[in-house]
Design a protein around this ligand. Structure first.
Ligand code: S3P
Length: 448
């Protein structure tokens, strides 16, 4: 059952007092999706604790149940009775992926090895997002699709004759990589995926933990290659999901830009391919410290992060950073708006294909708040100046959770409040966002 969404659609963020306290972000969305899906593909019972209880992830639970997977919940633990690599059943209804691109795209590769056909659809935002990036390589592996223009709704026809593939991906996308890896689990032979830069490697880490025949090195720069050989069953596992750095990013930036703040964010996954935002903020002059770091049983680094208010200065970030902080640009650009001086963020074309067109949403929203912003091809240039963050506007986040939370955080330092429309979307990743940031000191209210 999806928990009733308690977030109102229209929220107003007023000037905030200093933030103080300890907070734990919600569980990691990427790892939650993978923990559920890989457990469903394994043999035996897997246990997942601290699964993210948000709409996107609960839609994955529903999708797997529709495919015949038994999933139960005992207090805080999900128990997934794996169906094996080829054990999904043709469902008697379509699968609704809601707002989640990750769910739709990684499920396509996973379904592909079962001889079934399944219709996937999603909400109006997801139905606009490109699926050809996964359809194309999966078709080369023998999986068939019926779709118009590579958009949802579409039908996936699985096969028991998956062919291995060598795929040189034009983009660095963990969703594309994961979809091919999951199809590759059923291929007769070794598949090779190459991407321009390493995208988040949670799938590689978890697949190894589940016993897949996978080889990877996750290089910090340059092309990345992953090899997977089909035929090995996955074994059941116990997974404790760490906190989500992409959600922690909102409180980290809030404490950095709101004078007098001092907070600790606990239990945050700090995978190298996700923590570009921490590096960017430190380059801007933020006081962020990593404490109590350890590596968990599926090779993910986890730590507490302490954050103190600090005056920020603008930076230039090259495109090689973009896949390491792709989900954090909305909140990072808010920090840049309050910093002194110019910031240039390069190579942001992928922002146009997220839950909304974030590239233009950020620019339009910041300009309406009083900030000078320009774009040049795929780059965004922000002329940061706290004195010009006027606010006093309504930002339509286009039902995009990260855009909504970003402008609500900016409201904490703007001269006049910022109203955000479309905030129900926040429940897709951070259902308790406003109550939790208000507990630290922010002042976000329902618009009545
Ligand atoms: C995700 C990968 C990223 C990211 C998304 C989650 C994942 O998308 O933006 O929020 O869990 O694999 P791309 O694969 O399109 O880069």
């Amino acid at each position: 059952m999806i928990k009733k969404n308690i977030i109102k659609n229209n929220l107003i963020s007023y000037k905030s007092r200093n933030l103080n306290g300890i907070i734990e972000p919600p569980a990691d969305k990427s790892i939650s999706h993978r923990a559920l899906l890989f457990s469903a593909l394994a043999v035996g019972k897997s246990k997942i604790s601290n699964l993210l209880n948000s709409e996107d992830v609960l839609n994955m639970v529903k999708a797997l149940r529709v495919l015949g997977v038994k999933i139960t919940k005992k207090s805080n633990t999900y128990i997934v009775n794996g169906s094996g690599l080829t054990g999904f059943k043709t469902p008697n209804k379509h699968i609704d992926c809601g707002n989640s691109g990750t769910l739709a795209r990684i499920l396509m590769g996973a379904i592909g090895g079962s001889e079934i056909f399944v219709t996937l659809t999603g909400d109006s935002s997801l139905r606009k997002r490109p699926m050809n990036r996964v359809i194309k390589p999966l078709e080369k592996m023998g999986i068939n699709f019926n779709s118009s223009n590579g958009l949802l709704p579409l039908i996936v026809h699985g096969t028991n004759e998956i062919m291995p593939i060598k795929y040189d991906s034009p983009i660095s996308s963990a969703q594309v990589k994961t979809s091919i890896l999951l199809a590759g689990l059923n291929a007769k032979g070794t598949s090779e995926i190459i991407e321009p830069h390493t995208s988040r490697d949670h799938s590689e880490n978890l697949l190894k933990y589940f016993g897949a025949n996978i080889k990877y090195k996750s290089k910090s720069s340059g092309k990345n290659k992953v090899l997977i050989t089909g035929g090995n069953n996955l074994r059941s596992c116990n997974i404790d999901v760490p906190g989500d750095i992409s959600s922690a990013a909102f409180t980290i930036v809030a404490a950095t830009i709101i004078p007098g703040s001092n907070i600790i964010v606990k239990n945050v996954g700090i995978n190298y391919f996700r923590k570009g935002m921490l590096e960017a903020l430190n380059m801007m002059g933020a006081k962020i410290k990593i404490e109590n770091k350890f590596i968990n049983n599926f090779n993910e680094p986890i730590a507490d992060i302490s954050v103190q208010y600090s005056k920020l200065k603008g930076i230039t970030l090259g495109s090689r950073y973009s896949s390491r902080l792709i989900d954090e640009y909305p909140i990072l650009t808010m920090a840049a708006a309050t910093a002194s001086g110019k910031s240039i963020f390069k190579g942001l074309s992928e922002l146009r294909h997220k839950e909304s067109d974030r590239f233009n949403g950020i620019i339009d929203g910041l300009i309406s708040c009083g900030i000078k912003v320009q774009s040049k091809k795929d780059d965004i240039i922000i002329y940061g100046n706290l004195d010009q963050v006027n606010g006093g506007v309504t930002v339509d986040c286009k039902y995009d959770h990260r855009v909504a939370m970003s402008f609500l955080i900016l409201g904490g330092v703007s001269k006049k409040p910022i109203k955000v429309v479309g905030c129900k979307s926040i429940a897709t990743s951070y259902p308790n966002f406003n109550s939790e940031v208000n507990n630290l000191g922010m002042n976000i209210k329902n618009d009545i």
